[in-house]
Design a protein. Sequence first.
Length: 224
Amino acid sequence: MSGREAILSKIRRSLGVAGTGGVREDAVTARLSQAPQGIVPKRGQLPKAEQVELFRIMAESVGASVARVPDYDAIPAEVTKYLREKNLPASIRIGDDPRLARAGWTSERTLEVRKGASDGTDLAGVSHALAAVAETGTLALMSGADNPTTINFLPEHHIVVLSAADVRGDLEAVWAMLRERTGKGAMPRTVNLITGPSRSGDIEQTILLGAHGPRAVHIVIVDE
């Protein structure tokens, strides 16, 4: 008997389980296929408009800034405004997300738009969120060429575009949305859950922004 088999055998004996058989395997298979939902707090169980407002309140409470625009055409002007207010160069890094592509960046003639993964030299990056969690002010972003994970963490300023229609009341609803969009066998390699800018209190319990990622998160909610 190998060491692995010996350890597993000991675990089975401690649990009072005999063999490897079918009942437990069927239970695991059923749970994975059906993805049963746990208890969901009532905090996020609100009409859509109230979910979006709760998300805004919670996101701002953890240090993010939030702006709302009527449609995707208004995004370039909002991004330019943010860069100007923060005294940043008129330059951003974005991925290949088709929703960002339709924003009409050429309307801002002074804005330089660079595409692809960040190499760490960008001061500002723009991503599009998969969804958001109203009850915690959390953004959910999928990895991939559409929205490279490097843009989430390397630029000092992370600008995240979010469709108001993609705000969900709770995290469980976000996972359900992800499974519905991608299917069981096609999950992204990574889903980043981001709640406000990066911060750490490891040194003398003093909060330091930008310790492990962006020092500022600006969320642009598209009401379209």
